[in-house]
Design a protein around this ligand. Structure first.
Ligand SMILES: Nc1ncnc2c1ncn2[C@@H]1O[C@H](COP(=O)(O)OP(=O)(O)OP(=O)(O)O)[C@@H](O)[C@H]1O
Length: 577
């Protein structure tokens, strides 16, 4: 579990990297924004000069053109700014989404232990888009600062007393902006958190729609999903209050400052220290110098982006398992667990497990529901790391293997496989660099899936979305994927549970009878499956109570009990282990 400080550091690092990624465009945006601010600052001076020349009856055509040119330039720069802001936002958002999606998938099940699925999606979609505006918003904030600062400098250049009058009231404005920035960050963080809660509950309800309908609890479920709504509404109202209060205070203070500047300018005009044009310029610079409205908007944007980046930082700080650099030497696929201990919360699920599966043999793992069979299967193929001990394949600790060697050597099938890909063929060949149609069909035949795939509208080319499947058919496709993957270790985590006993017998017999040369680890609930394995590991109370042939163990009453009453509850691929 990471700390809030680590999350904050990570969010800052993430934003810095995202800004670097759009570096050239962000620099261009800074240039365009600065140029726009510069043009905005020059315009009042040019207008003042033009007015003075016109009042004096002197030729002012050049200055009129200059004013017109500056006005046109401002419009053009404004257009450029919109285009560049759009591009920077889009590129940064895309970069953040890609990087975090990769990270989420690299972290694996641990990420779903900390974040609910809907909340993760809300973060990767909504918050990434908000955080993606950070580089452009910061550049715009700089430009928004340049306006008031330039306005004060210009006032000082016209007459230093004008700047002094303004600066006397400026601390009040600065305090307003600071309070606004602080309050906004707080409300935005609350708002985004409540949004994430709603998204998480909604995703759970959509996933469990059959259960909700069967229980007739749609109304209660809707209420559960929308429970954070009052808090969301409160955070939203608070945001508007903060923004409204800041604007109201600014509206109260800014005109007073502008009035002060104008009064002093009027006195100086009366004393012939300033021209009419300079008074006009001073009045416009006073407006620019009090440009708090712009600052408030930009601060709000930066605060939203930073709060969103904070939520992304929480994901990014979740450590992904590191892979080693060792290659897998040739070998028969001998699997060895040495003193493997795995805890979940305060519960020690696996306590110092020692187990050896000789290459090319089948080990069935049995035990009552909750005995830790799925966790053992996850640890055996490094879907999860043990808290203590190590797992070796042909003598090499899994944690020291390169990512490609590890994943190339171990194939998995689950009770409820997630089928990914455009077509049935792609779903079976998932993960293979170049899946051959022959290998995919051969694997499907071994998994007893070939017949029903051929009956689909376009056979193997049928889009997954157009291939309605029963639980057993999905399992067979998941098995086919594992068989097509090959490798020297095959782990079936309750992947035969939805098959009828005849099909299950056919598949396990095919595997044992030369259908696969791999070492096989089977999480089994049925006595018949255990009976076909070369050996059985009986898990009980977090330990291996016995290893032996099924027929030998069957004599023990407690062993027989492990097969009764445990078949209804089973593990799932997405259960977060
Ligand atoms: N992410 C997790 N957080 C907390 N506890 C967990 C987590 N994953 C598994 N557990 C707990 O670990 C124990 C073993 O779970 P596991 O799924 O490995 O059991 P199993 O033997 O496969 O059960 P079944 O036969 O019902 O599928 C259970 O008590 C389960 O609640």
């Amino acid at each position: 579990m990471t700390t809030p400080t680590a999350d904050n550091d990570t969010s800052r690092t993430l934003l810095r990297a995202a800004t670097r990624h759009s570096g050239a465009r962000t620099a261009a945006l800074c240039l365009v924004s600065t140029a726009a601010t510069g043009a905005g600052l020059l315009l009042p001076a040019a207008l003042g000069r033009t007015l003075d020349l016109l009042l004096a009856g002197a030729p002012a055509t050049g200055w009129v053109w200059c004013c017109a040119g500056l006005a046109v330039l401002l419009v053009l720069l404004d257009g450029c700014q919109s285009v560049v802001v759009g591009t920077v936002d889009a590129r940064t958002t895309a970069w953040l989404r890609e990087r975090l999606t990769r990270h989420v998938l690299a972290v694996g099940p641990a990420v779903t232990a900390r974040f609910r699925a809907g909340d993760l999606v809300a973060r990767l979609v909504g918050n990434a888009a908000q955080a993606g505006t950070a580089p452009a918003a910061r550049a715009a904030l700089l430009a928004a600062f340049a306006g008031p600062v330039g306005g004060i400098v210009a006032l000082g250049l016209i007459d230093v007393r004008l700047a002094v009058v303004f600066l006397a009231g400026a601390p009040v404005l600065a305090a307003l902006v600071r309070a606004f920035a602080r309050d906004t960050s707080r409300c935005v963080t609350h708002y985004q958190r409540e949004q994430g809660r709603i998204a998480a509950a909604l995703a759970e309800a959509v996933d469990g729609h059959r259960t909700v309908r069967a229980a007739g609890t749609a109304d209660r479920e809707t209420a559960r999903i929308l429970r954070p709504l009052p808090l969301l509404s409160r955070a939203g109202h608070r945001m508007w209050q903060v923004q409204g209060r800041a604007a109201a205070r600014a509206v109260a203070v800014a005109p007073l400052l502008q009035l002060g500047v104008l009064a002093v300018a009027g006195v100086l005009l009366a004393r012939h220290r300033l021209s009419v044009g300079e008074v006009l310029a001073a009045s416009r610079y006073a407006v620019l110098a009090t440009g708090v409205g712009m600052l408030v908007t930009q601060f709000a944007q930066v605060a939203r982006a930073r709060a969103a980046a904070g939520r992304l930082g929480e994901i990014a700080s979740e450590p992904a398992p590191a892979h080693g650099s060792r290659r897998l030497p040739p070998g028969p696929g001998r699997l060895e667990l040495r003193g493997v201990t795995a805890r979940r919360g305060s519960h020690t699920v696996l306590a110092g497990i020692d187990l050896v599966v000789p290459g090319g043999t089948t080990l069935a793992v049995v035990g009552r529901s909750g005995a830790g069979k799925s966790l053992l299967a996850a640890v055996a193929g490094r879907l999860a790391d043990p808290d203590d001990g190590e797992v070796l394949l042909d003598g090499v600790p899994l944690s020291e293997l390169t990512h490609d060697d590890l994943r190339g050597a171990i194939a998995y099938a689950f009770e409820r496989p997630a089928l990914l890909g455009d077509t049935v063929e792609n779903a079976i060949g998932l993960g293979l660099p170049a899946p051959s149609p022959t290998a995919v069909r051969e694997a499907a035949r071994t998994a007893d899936a070939d017949d029903f795939v051929r009956r689909l509208p376009n056979g193997y080319a049928t889009a997954l979305a157009d291939a309605p499947r029963s639980g057993g058919e999905s399992q067979r496709l998941g098995l086919a994927r594992a068989f097509a993957h090959g490798g020297r270790l095959l782990i079936l985590d309750d992947a035969l549970s939805s098959l009828d006993t005849v099909t299950e017998a056919r598949i396990t017999a095919a595997l044992a009878g030369g259908g696969s040369s791999a070492t096989r680890l089977l999480v089994a609930h049925r006595a018949a499956t255990a009976a076909r394995a070369d050996a059985v590991a009986w898990l009980d109370g977090g330990r291996v109570r016995a290893v032996g042939r099924h027929e030998e163990l069957w004599g023990t009453a407690a062993y027989r009990e492990a097969f009764t009453g445990s078949a209804e509850t089973a593990s799932t691929e997405g259960a977060g282990r």
